[in-house]
Design a protein around this ligand. Sequence first.
Ligand SMILES: Cc1cc2nc3c(=O)[nH]c(=O)nc-3n(C[C@H](O)[C@H](O)[C@H](O)COP(=O)(O)OP(=O)(O)OC[C@H]3O[C@@H](n4cnc5c(N)ncnc54)[C@H](O)[C@@H]3O)c2cc1C
Length: 225
Amino acid sequence: MTSVTIVGGGLGGLSAAISLACEGFDVTVLEQNERIGGKCNVRQGEGFSFDTGPSILTMPWVLEQLFERAGENLHDYVTLTRVEPQWRTFFEDGETIDLHGDLPTMLKEIERISKSDAQGFLQYMNYSSMMYELCMKSFYKRSLTGLTELRSYHTLPELLKLDPLKSMASGTKRYIEDPHLQQLLNFLVMYVGSSPYQAPAVMSQLAHVQFGLVFITLRVDYTTS
Ligand SMILES: Cc1cc2nc3c(=O)[nH]c(=O)nc-3n(C[C@H](O)[C@H](O)[C@H](O)COP(=O)(O)OP(=O)(O)OC[C@H]3O[C@@H](n4cnc5c(N)ncnc54)[C@H](O)[C@@H]3O)c2cc1C
């Protein structure tokens, strides 16, 4: 049996370990910390517990597939709870906007802020969903080494549809007029640590990932193994 050693027991290392073990490899995971989990972890002291990282899961099917590969059911191990509204956005001028995974409810919320943006929001969601589907052909499925490899997974029209020379913020502006709504959609990339003015337009797919699919809290009992 071929042996594999994985350095790091975060979610990445653990999922690689599970997949490789299912393929018949003899896997060892080396973790420097007291516990596996990496950023997905807990710190405890003086009667308090703090989750250190991820609390929301936008693509539960990724974990479901991983568990299925291992002949297990994700839902036997963790509780996934759909959150509605997903979050509430507070603006400096006192305005608040709730984000809903349910499209008709979200549209009502958009219309409350800016009636004329409802149509644009639907178009933005189509744009976002197209970006996501294109990425499914390359970014999400492969470890890309450069533009040449990216090109090999896409036709030229597809690459142009990715709006390679545009920023995420310019994509938002094309469909949405209201500054609050623009800010809200642009925030989706700030939340993962990037600037919407520098992040490529392809990141507009985050709206599809967060609104169009599901938004879930993950509760893990750290006291069990
Ligand atoms: C505050 C916060 C909130 C987040 N919220 C979300 C969220 O809601 N949803 C979401 O999907 N993602 C979220 N993320 C991102 C998510 O947590 C990470 O993308 C994910 O946990 C990264 O997993 P990883 O295995 O790649 O890396 P890590 O979790 O960083 O794991 C790397 C592991 O390798 C170990 N290691 C490194 N070097 C060595 C070595 N030389 N020897 C032994 N061990 C080593 C480290 O100790 C660590 O355990 C959040 C992140 C943070 C910080």
